[in-house]
Design a protein around this ligand. Structure first.
Ligand SMILES: Cc1cc2nc3c(=O)[nH]c(=O)nc-3n(C[C@H](O)[C@H](O)[C@H](O)COP(=O)(O)OP(=O)(O)OC[C@H]3O[C@@H](n4cnc5c(N)ncnc54)[C@H](O)[C@@H]3O)c2cc1C
Length: 472
């Protein structure tokens, strides 16, 4: 351990209120060395803060001793976001879940960073309100991590993503100042919108220690449909057809043949195996409006080639269908042990074109490609299933991933719709942003964090860095 780090740890021992919240044993630190992506990076120390002033002190000391600091929620990041790639400190916020207040009159929630996302919607439900952002990991990921990644989910189609529900934040800056951005009002145009800058900054510009979140009225009814397609490209057309007809479902999720087959092998749900793709559609709103929309959606899907459209008879049947969609992730890792989960996103009009490109990439690189995800907003999840021990296969996978990113950008889309850049997509940033665009982002980072203390090694490509999906 170098001298500066040892001095930092010594001073931290005097600063931290509860010494049990500072972990130095190798076995404890190893639990913080990975996330849901690739790589293993052991931190030198883990601290579990539960107060803003404590975080501010940590950041001041980290600047004095030039020790890197990595904020972490539950470590479910798929892009390497919380990994301590340069060693130093991991700040574990998963323990800090003390505040979860609902204010029904102002229709907002005030939350600590370690509150699980699903708990916010659950608490809002008691007041007839809803917190719409619903990443599939909502039951296991923290609101701090969701804010840092600007997480989205199936309901993003109608309701938007995390950033659309943030009214204000308390943030500890990389140099250790405590600031507030935004507030409790729906409208706020005082100065630059620092709230929006911090949301999605992947823990590189500030540490979120509290958030004020907007809630909306809970829709009185929902209804689920399943549309079956003999050709996945037609399912892409169905999405455009429904949306351009003026119907905005709450969710429009796609499962391709490979993901249907994987789910049926994992936990049989009675899904049809002889289709190329299916769409799960949830309509919400007033029951009379939903009844009209069901008829229209059925007709529109059939017009573009749906073989059949089934309407869930009741809530139990609807829940069964959505469970099938949730099972895709665990089911596909049964095929092979390594899952490369991408979230390249294209404009809705380009969904059929993206499906064509994905088919071509699958054939060209002979990879096991499974496509599912939030197709209604263009946020597909092409997942490549491979075996990390097979180096030849992993090389083909790396080429396929690079081509997949290029396809999304060429079609007017983006490298990431919700999982963030982290370490995984950093080498591709310039491809989407251009040199000047990337430089502006680097300048923002330098002005907030002049000593590059907070989450270094993320978002920005490092010299000579290339996509590496192996654990080497
Ligand atoms: C099975 C599965 C399904 C998933 N589905 C979705 C999905 O549908 N949609 C989606 O968007 N994502 C999804 N994800 C990805 C992941 O769950 C999200 O990125 C989530 O927001 C991460 O939250 P976390 O608490 O695990 O944060 P971590 O993974 O611990 O950290 C994520 C990032 O947030 C930063 N961070 C954490 N806390 C703070 C804080 N308090 N202040 C500042 N920065 C902080 C970290 O430094 C890191 O950069 C999924 C992951 C899995 C494993």
């Amino acid at each position: 351990m170098d001298k500066a780090l040892a001095q930092f740890i010594n001073e931290m021992k005097q600063t931290i209120r509860d010494p049990k919240r500072m972990l130095l044993d190798q076995a404890d630190r190893a639990s913080y060395a990975y996330d849901a992506s690739f790589g293993f990076y052991l931190p030198d120390v883990v601290i579990q803060p539960t107060a803003s002033d404590e975080v501010a002190e940590i950041m001041k000391l980290a600047n004095r001793y030039q020790v890197p600091v990595y904020p972490r929620g539950q470590g479910t990041s798929l892009s390497g976001g919380p990994l301590p790639v340069k060693g130093g400190v991991v700040l574990d916020f998963s323990r800090w879940d003390t505040t979860l207040e609902i204010d029904p009159e102002d229709m907002l929630a005030i939350v600590s960073p370690g509150v699980l996302t699903a708990a916010i919607d659950q608490a809002a439900r008691e007041y007839g309100l809803m917190y719409p952002p619903d990443p599939s990991s909502a039951h296991v990921s923290t609101i701090g991590g969701n804010l840092a990644e600007n997480a989205g989910g199936p309901k993003g189609l109608k309701y938007g993503v995390t950033k659309d529900y943030v009214l204000g934040l308390e943030v500890v800056t990389p140099e250790g100042a405590i600031i507030r951005t935004g507030g409790r009002t729906v409208k706020n145009v005082t100065g630059y919108d620092l709230t929006k800058l911090i949301v999605g900054s992947e823990g590189t510009l500030g540490i979120i220690t509290e958030a004020i979140l907007k809630l909306v009225p809970r829709p009185p009814a929902t209804q689920t449909l399943m549309a079956l397609f003999a050709d996945m490209v037609d399912s892409g057309r169905a999405i455009s057809k429904v949306l351009t007809a003026g119907i905005v479902p709450a969710k429009m999720e796609l499962m391709d043949q490979a993901s249907i087959a994987a789910v049926e092998a994992y936990e049989p749900r009675g899904l049809p195996l002889d289709v190329d793709a299916l769409l799960l559609i949830e309509l919400d709103g007033h029951p009379a409006a939903i009844a009209e929309e069901i008829v229209k959606v059925e007709r529109l899907c059939k017009e573009v080639g749906a073989r059949e459209v089934k309407v869930a008879a009741n809530e139990v049947e609807a829940a069964e269908l959505w469970r099938a969609r949730k099972l895709v992730s665990p089911a596909i890792v049964r095929m092979k042990p390594t899952k490369i989960s991408e979230d390249a996103t294209v404009p809705r009009s380009q969904i059929p074109a993206m499906f064509q490109r994905l088919k071509a990439i699958k054939e060209k690189y002979r990879i096991d490609l499974v496509v599912f995800g939030h197709a209604g907003d263009g946020n597909l999840h092409p997942n490549i299933i491979a075996d990390v021990r097979n180096q030849e296969e992993m090389e083909r996978v790396e080429q396929a991933v690079a081509e997949l990113f290029a396809a999304a950008v060429e079609l007017g889309g983006t490298l990431s719709g919700e999982h963030g850049i982290g370490t995984m997509k950093a080498p591709f940033m310039e491809m989407e942003l251009g040199e000047a665009g990337l430089d502006m982002m680097k300048r923002i980072k330098a002005s907030w964090d002049p000593n590059h203390i907070l989450n270094p090694g993320k978002i920005f490509p490092e010299p000579g860095q290339k996509l590496v999906l192996r654990h080497d």
